[in-house]
Ligand binder design. Structure first.
Ligand SMILES: Nc1ncnc2c1ncn2[C@@H]1O[C@H](COP(=O)(O)OP(=O)(O)OP(=O)(O)O)[C@@H](O)[C@H]1O
Ligand SMILES: [Mg+2]
Length: 370
């Protein structure tokens, strides 16, 4: 709604017509004045020359004077017409079109993109306008999707809470055990709702953090080892062994925001623990550089993800098994957030079935230029 208000066609303030003189009148007028000034100066100049060199007549009607002035007048007229046409077709008309389009901008039912007219600044303006319109549409779609997902995810636990509360209120003959069971279910569902809201809030905040993110050169091997040390102990406490190996030499530098990249690893490790679903769970972390990128792989020997779902893992709110999400606590934002962090760093991320049996996630980060 805010977006619509800010950028939508219904905003009355954007519809106000400007009362000043239009460019299509202003520019020809300016050229006309320049033309008159030019012709008068030439006329005066020639008259001065004639007065000095022609003893016969310095009259303005002198045929040789008119004969000399006429071609100059014709050429100036020609240039004037060409300039007016150029300004009309290449400046005024495209600006007019852009203006009309800005008035009619509609991010809910988008119009086809503006056709690129030229490779000059006007062409750039059209190009940037098209990109801006696309970004607005995506932002609007994201906003709508998030609202729909929040409503959808909150509806299920809320319905359960309502149901259990009604049971407790209506059924008078419930045993203490049954009552306790319902209370615990209500507590569990409301805790899940609170977690959902927290996740939504941190996802929105992370988007803002990314916009203002700063990067600095970081040694790839140090980054890798710090992450491995940080999570080795934590994962072992969750019955998951971390096996790591990297091939970075001392001078491989990355331009990254360490906190953000740390979040990516954290999201991936927490997924392995949550969804690994095995007793002797292992997570394999590998790092190496190739060309102008550093690559990181996080693979596990867990239950993995069905092939049909692999390509959807990075979509917002995607979860493989919806029915088990309350048990696992996830809402499907972790991998989407990893993707936006990696892409903000200029890298790429994708998922695959690992040779260890579970899920594999590989991402790249550009190396710092020396
Ligand atoms: N290592 C893994 N093994 C098996 N399934 C996985 C693994 N990692 C992710 N998944 C599946 O991918 C889905 C999406 O993961 P993602 O991290 O985006 O969201 P989430 O863990 O459900 O929620 P969030 O991370 O927002 O708390 C998960 O719900 C899970 O079904
Ligand atoms: Mg997750």
């Amino acid at each position: 709604m805010t977006l619509l208000k800010q950028f939508g066609a219904s905003d009355i303030s954007t519809r106000k017509e400007s009362n000043g003189m239009k460019l299509k009148i202003k520019l020809p007028l300016l050229f006309l004045v320049m033309f008159i000034v030019f012709m008068v100066s030439i006329g005066i100049y020639l008259k001065f020359i004639f007065a000095a060199y022609s003893p016969i007549s310095s009259s303005l009607l002198n045929p040789s004077y008119i004969g000399l002035l006429f071609p100059i007048f014709a050429i100036a007229c020609f240039i004037f017409i060409i300039l007016i046409m150029y300004i009309y077709f290449f400046i005024e008309k495209p600006i007019g079109l852009l203006n009309t389009r800005l008035e009619r901008i509609n991010i809910v039912h988008p119009l086809p993109p503006l056709a690129l007219r030229s490779n000059d600044e006007i062409g750039d303006l059209y190009n940037h306008f098209n990109k801006m319109e696309k970004r607005l549409q995506l932002a609007h779609k994201e906003q709508t999707d998030i609202i729909a997902a929040i409503a959808h995810d909150l509806k299920a636990p809320l319905t359960s809470i309502n149901g259990f509360a009604e049971l407790l209120a209506m059924q008078k003959g419930l045993s203490e055990n049954e009552k306790q069971e319902y209370y615990e279910l209500i507590q569990k569902k409301s805790k899940y709702m609170a977690e959902l809201i927290n996740d939504f809030v941190s996802f929105t905040k992370e988007k803002q953090d990314l916009e203002s993110m700063t990067v600095k050169p970081v040694d790839a091997s140090k980054l890798f080892e710090n992450i491995a040390l940080e999570y080795e102990y934590e994962l072992s406490g969750l019955d998951c062994e971390l096996v790591y190996k990297h091939l970075f030499t001392g001078n491989v530098m990355l331009m990254v925001n360490e906190i953000m990249i740390g979040r990516v690893f954290g999201n991936l490790f927490s997924n392995v623990v949550r969804y690994g679903g095995k007793n002797e769970l292992k997570v394999y972390m590998t790092g190496y550089s190739q060309g102008s990128y550093a690559y990181f792989e996080i693979e596990d020997n867990g239950t993995g993800v069905p092939d049909k779902d692999i390509s959807s893992l990075f979509l917002k709110f995607f979860t493989v098994d919806k029915s088990r999400q309350i048990e696992n606590g996830g809402i499907g934002l972790g991998l989407a957030s990893c993707k936006s962090i990696i892409e903000h760093h200029g890298g790429e991320i994708y998922a695959y079935s690992s040779e260890y049996g579970g899920l594999g996630i590989k991402f790249s980060l550009p190396l710092a230029k020396h």
